[in-house]
Design a protein around this ligand. Structure first.
Ligand SMILES: [Zn+2]
Ligand SMILES: [Zn+2]
Ligand SMILES: [Zn+2]
Ligand SMILES: [Zn+2]
Length: 181
């Protein structure tokens, strides 16, 4: 991601007598204060975000430019920034979209469901991250049982034991509690 970033300098008192033309409206700046940004001069009122029209003239504020647009930080991130890639569908998650997080993974809200049975989680629900897949408690336990059977094919007696009691060594994953950003 390329980010053209210009730090606004302090308002420059026009000590020099050469009148400057405003890059926004094209008129001569006669006010005592003018702004310098992107190597051009601006009326305080003319340096605005091209998207939300907010004034960018606050001393020390940061503006962003992209494709001839001047944008405030919020709009820049909204339009061009992104949070990362959804661990479920692998698509980009735009910045400022609500996301779910599990360990180092981020998910679209609508993608955050058990990848086995599509169960949606509510805040406070427990889920498991197993081989980087989200699983509900039920599917996680199922998987553990099957993993154990594959590893060590059971006779009927063992199978009975496995379904009612999951061996300790397969419970290494801690449940993760759903939180919201
Ligand atoms: Zn102007
Ligand atoms: Zn804006
Ligand atoms: Zn997704
Ligand atoms: Zn499930």
């Amino acid at each position: 991601m390329t980010m053209d970033k210009s730090q606004l300098p302090k308002n420059t008192g026009s000590n020099n007598n050469t009148p400057q033309e405003c890059a926004g409206c094209g008129k001569i700046i006669t006010e005592r204060y003018l702004l310098k940004a992107l190597d051009m001069y601006w009326h305080e009122d003319c340096l605005k975000c091209g998207c939300c029209d907010c004034r960018l003239g606050e001393v020390g504020s940061t503006l962003f430019t992209k494709a001839n647009l001047i944008l405030c930080r919020r709009d820049y991130l909204r339009l061009f920034g992104h949070t990362g890639y959804c661990s479920a569908c692998s698509k980009v998650i735009p910045a400022f979209e609500m996301v779910m997080r599990a360990r180092n993974n981020v998910y679209h809200l609508e993608c955050f469901a058990c990848q086995q049975c599509n169960h949606r989680f509510c805040v406070g629900d427990r889920f498991y991250l197993c081989e980087n897949k989200i699983l509900c408690e039920y599917d996680y336990e199922e998987r553990m049982v099957f993993a154990n059977m594959a590893y060590n094919p059971p006779n009927i007696a063992q199978l009975k034991r496995h379904t009612s009691h999951i061996p300790k060594e397969n419970q290494m994953l801690d449940p993760v509690v759903v939180t919201r950003d």
